[in-house]
Write a protein that binds this ligand. Structure first.
Ligand code: AMP
Ligand code: GLY
Length: 423
């Protein structure tokens, strides 16, 4: 069958790589893809947000399944539009993608269905938000309600920072309409983890555990990014904690969403804060994590395409997921300056040598092919991913591959996996 993956990051390269291994995968397309994806799929020059263009392409080419990577098109209703055109899609409809598209929606659902999360209140005008902050004190967290490219969460050490955050979002409108409302919530402490489950509307099947590294520099210092590395398994998520997450967070969410008339299907990504063995929900994302998806795909033994089809068809009861028992780890190589200002266009060499390191697969993110060379074309550029018997071995192999890459304009963290190694 013909498959179309939507997106252009390392996540989509890893999804294409896993889907291409399925015996049921015939022709594989990716819109718009990148230079790495082009080696295993036919890249189609359509932006991930070009909903009309993607629906038209899928209809004209008789695509059997569209797999949507990023949140933007999901929140904008790509799956609704595909289904209306009779095209099967993996991912939630817009009313369910609201779990990521509106933090207020997600928090109200938690309240109604007693899902453990930070104590909060929603505000649509600044004075009331500030009054609440005055009453609660700091530290405290101020969040824009809507999508803000990962920048809409402001952690405030004192009340003055929190008032400024409210003004930044609601008065200066730093994130436009995403800041029509703010959520002010309790500051949670503990260790974070990324928890994923495949969902078919009524059932959820958890994936193995993962953890990412959001800060730009070693030691978790510097500005927050989309993620500078990830690994699986994450020892903080014990079997007992995974069970608690399913029972207290994922299952009530799936049931609550169905009861609200917005049944969830696709992959549900819970950002967790785990404190003294108790997991709380920080946020929901309605997609695979990037870069968490990359180590997960390396560990997945089962046929990914079968599982994605089962989510779309409501038949997850027929699927069990098998995993390699070893570990996998991804080091993100980014352009110098990321997540701030960075340049594009520098040449990357040594990719073949990196891919030749035992256990290593280099997934591309922001890359472009120019003549016979690969050039940097984004902030996060390469995801050097390795399997190993342990996180330590996967880390060693990943950095060996990083060192084989000749790209003076890039940088990476040198400590990906440190929390697992410290244990
Ligand atoms: P997001 O941009 O929604 O992915 O959130 C970014 C990060 O903000 C999370 O990964 C946490 O590190 C942090 N964060 C969000 N909410 C809270 C909270 N209530 N308490 C402490 N940290 C938080
Ligand atoms: N790596 C975190 C995310 O994808 O949001």
């Amino acid at each position: 069958m013909k498959i179309l993956v939507v997106g252009s990051g390392g996540r989509e390269h890893a999804l294409c790589w896993a889907i291409a291994k399925s015996p049921r995968c015939g022709k594989l397309y990716c819109a718009p893809g990148n230079a790495g994806i082009a080696a295993i799929a036919k890249c189609v020059p359509l932006d991930a947000m070009d909903i009309d263009g993607i629906v038209r392409f899928a209809a004209e080419n008789k695509i059997s399944l569209v797999v949507v990577g990023p949140e933007g098109p999901l929140v904008a209703g790509l799956v609704d539009r595909l289904e209306a055109a009779g095209i099967r899609a993996f991912g939630p409809r817009a009313n369910a993608a609201a779990l990521e598209g509106s933090k207020g929606f997600m928090k109200d659902l938690c309240e109604k269905y007693a899902i453990p999360t930070a104590e909060f209140q929603r505000f649509d005008e600044p004075a009331a938000a500030k009054e609440y902050i005055r009453r609660k004190g700091a530290p405290i967290v101020v969040k824009a309600d809507g999508l803000a490219a990962g920048k809409g969460v402001i952690l405030c050490r004192n009340e003055l920072e929190a008032y400024a955050a409210v003004d930044h979002i609601m008065v200066e409108r730093a994130f436009g309409g995403a800041g029509d409302e703010v959520i002010v919530e309790e500051f949670l402490t503990g260790e974070e983890a990324s928890f994923f489950a495949l969902v078919d509307g009524v059932r959820a099947v958890p994936l193995v555990s993962a953890q990412d590294h959001k800060a730009a520099y070693d030691g978790d210092e510097g500005p927050n990014t989309g993620g500078m590395g990830a690994y699986s398994p994450a020892p903080v998520v014990t079997a007992a904690i995974a069970k608690t997450v399913m029972n207290t967070i994922i299952t009530p969410t799936i049931e609550g969403m169905a009861a609200e008339g917005c049944a969830y299907k696709g992959v549900l990504f819970a950002g967790l804060m785990i404190d003294k063995g108790v997991p709380k929900l920080l946020e929901y994302n309605v997609r695979f994590g990037d870069p968490e998806c990359q180590p997960l795909m390396l560990r997945l033994k089962s046929d990914l395409l079968e599982a994605l089809l089962a989510c779309a068809d409501g038949s997850l009861d027929k699927v069990t997921l098998d995993w390699h028992s070893d570990a996998a780890l991804t080091v993100v190589m980014a352009a110098k300056g990321y997540p701030g200002v960075y340049e594009k266009g520098s040449e990357i060499r040594g990719l073949a040598a990196a891919n030749a390191v035992e256990g290593v697969t280099v997934f591309h993110a922001g890359t472009k092919a120019a003549d016979d060379t690969i050039i940097a074309n984004g902030g996060r550029v390469l995801n050097v991913t390795a399997r190993g018997k342990t996180v330590a071995e996967a880390q060693k192999r990943a950095y060996k591959a990083v060192d084989a890459i000749d790209w003076p304009d890039g940088f990476c963290r040198r400590d990906i996996g440190w929390r697992a190694l410290k244990r």
